[in-house]
Design a protein around this ligand. Structure first.
Ligand SMILES: NC(=O)c1ccc[n+]([C@@H]2O[C@H](COP(=O)([O-])OP(=O)(O)OC[C@H]3O[C@@H](n4cnc5c(N)ncnc54)[C@H](OP(=O)(O)O)[C@@H]3O)[C@@H](O)[C@H]2O)c1
Length: 274
């Protein structure tokens, strides 16, 4: 498959690239990137990041940064902003941002939070803050840092993919952290899209995908009906592989039948030209 937005000399940043959907995004996108492209992979698990990196074509310059994106300093998140800027700059090395044809950032890292409790039992500020630090604040801040490096003066074609969820637009019992986090994160990227019409922004909802996250939902979801639904999806063989959903993402990026900022789901077949 050829995807114009992922061809040529690209700077690609993927968060949560150590496993699951992020690992697949990295491996699949990497096959499309031109010689001299730079790939930066972020997650906490250093060894797993290295494993992802080792699978990529040798024609790419691959960098990994082991980082806990949920950690905020007392100094109102300034620490992580500087840290992220430093990581991106190191990956760029001596190259200037203008040497790239495309700059692509995939905000994939995410967590479910505690899925055992109903909304009314979520009464701890610290837990809410930690959840939002990773799932809402870190993509917003990382995106800002990325756009500072690849600003409109650089004339680099920019693509932002936010990995969202059906839970961002549909409430699910026992998933108040996850649903509110996905909704807030998606709206951030919708606002960003209308403020930056020259940037291509996609909120991609990957469907139910066989990863650690799905397993947690099947085993630990507090709401019994929801837990049964996730187990039924698995039993019926409807859970998607990471490859299936990322092939679909690449098809959506290729066809460009969405408006910047749109929420596009794996199952939104009507959005695609045949
Ligand atoms: N699986 C599904 O059915 C499904 C459906 C809809 C949307 N999604 C979304 O898809 C994205 C990927 O999820 P997944 O299913 O692939 O889950 P996963 O296997 O649990 O992967 C989550 C990724 O996020 C990273 N991450 C988690 N906490 C982090 C932190 N504090 N700092 C840095 N990185 C962190 C993890 O890396 P480390 O542990 O190495 O840090 C891992 O690479 C998420 O945004 C999720 O909400 C998934």
């Amino acid at each position: 498959m050829s995807v114009p937005l992922l061809s040529g000399k690209v700077f690609l940043l993927v968060t949560g690239a150590s496993q699951g959907i992020g690992k697949q995004i990295t491996e699949s996108f990497a096959t499309l990137l031109g010689n001299g492209s730079v790939v930066l992979l972020i997650a906490r698990n250093k060894n797993a990041l290295k494993e992802t990196a080792q699978k990529l074509p040798k024609s790419l310059s691959v960098h990994t940064a082991s980082m806990d994106l949920s950690v905020a300093t007392a100094d109102e998140l300034k620490g992580p902003v500087l840290l992220l800027a430093d990581v991106v700059c190191k990956a760029l090395g001596s190259e200037s941002a203008t040497q790239f044809e495309k700059a692509v950032i995939v905000h994939n890292a995410g967590s479910l939070g505690d899925v055992s409790k109903p909304a009314n039992d979520m009464k701890d500020f610290e837990i809410w803050r930690n959840y939002y630090n990773l799932n809402v604040f870190s993509p917003a801040i990382l995106n800002g840092v990325f756009m500072e490096l690849f600003n409109k003066e650089t004339k680099v074609t920019r693509l932002v993919v936010n990995i969202t969820s059906l839970c961002g637009i549909q409430p699910c019992k026992s998933l108040a952290y996850y649903c509110t986090g996905k909704a807030a994160r998606e709206m951030f990227f919708k606002v960003f899209a209308i403020e930056n019409p020259q940037v291509n922004v996609l909120n991609y909802s990957p469907g139910p995908v066989e990863t650690d996250m799905q397993e947690v939902l099947r085993n630990n979801l507090g709401d019994a009906d929801g837990k049964k639904t996730f187990n039924d999806i698995k039993a019926s063989g409807s859970v998607l592989t990471t490859e299936q959903t990322i092939n679909r993402l690449m098809e959506i990026l290729k066809l460009q039948n969405y408006k910047s900022g749109d929420h596009v789901d794996y199952y939104d077949k009507q959005d695609l030209k045949q």
